[in-house]
Design a protein around this ligand. Sequence first.
Ligand code: CA
Length: 223
Amino acid sequence: MRILLIEDERELAEALSVALGKHGIVTDHTMHLADAVELTRQNLYDAILLDRRLPDGEGLSFIPELRRTGKDTPIIVLTALNEPRQRVEGLDLGADDYLGKPFLVEELMARLRAVLRRPPSLAELKIMAGRLVIDPLHLSVTVDATPLDLPRRELLVLSALARRKEKTVLRSTLEAAVYNYEEEIQSNALDAHISRLRKRLIDASAGVTIHNIRGVGYLMKEE
Ligand code: CA
């Protein structure tokens, strides 16, 4: 794992680099915001640790600047500016976490693990298969940018298959994607959804086919 540390207190930065190194983390360090932007262009970081009072400005200004470049690298603000209002300010500007100085390295490590556990933002999770683009956040599907209207359950089956395209998806996985635990599932309900879905995908020339793997589940292939 590689992180970028933007921090102007040299001793703290050195101590942190050593401490993180013991956890197998490679740290790139800079004291300047200007360099930070350039570094994120050149390297892929798993996370960024950001101080606020820096020689060339307010650290928080880096957050929207980074986000504008399309990067959603997790950012943890590390700062002595730790009043409740200041924490709100940092989080609202797009920081993923905010840790007041002084802090224990153990807590920083725990917070790093926590932000890295989070899945990527839903907006990024658009699923592509054949000529389909599925947006699970807005429950919408398009074929070559033309909207495809699907009943909710067919859309959920489609998403589950497309997410694992070219792999067999178990019936139980598909059922779990469509029904909550309180709903009683008719034994052939899934097959009925898939049969209607297949027809719609053919009609829309979606560029994918759904194959029955007898007794196991279904498989989506791209054409
Ligand atoms: Ca500082």
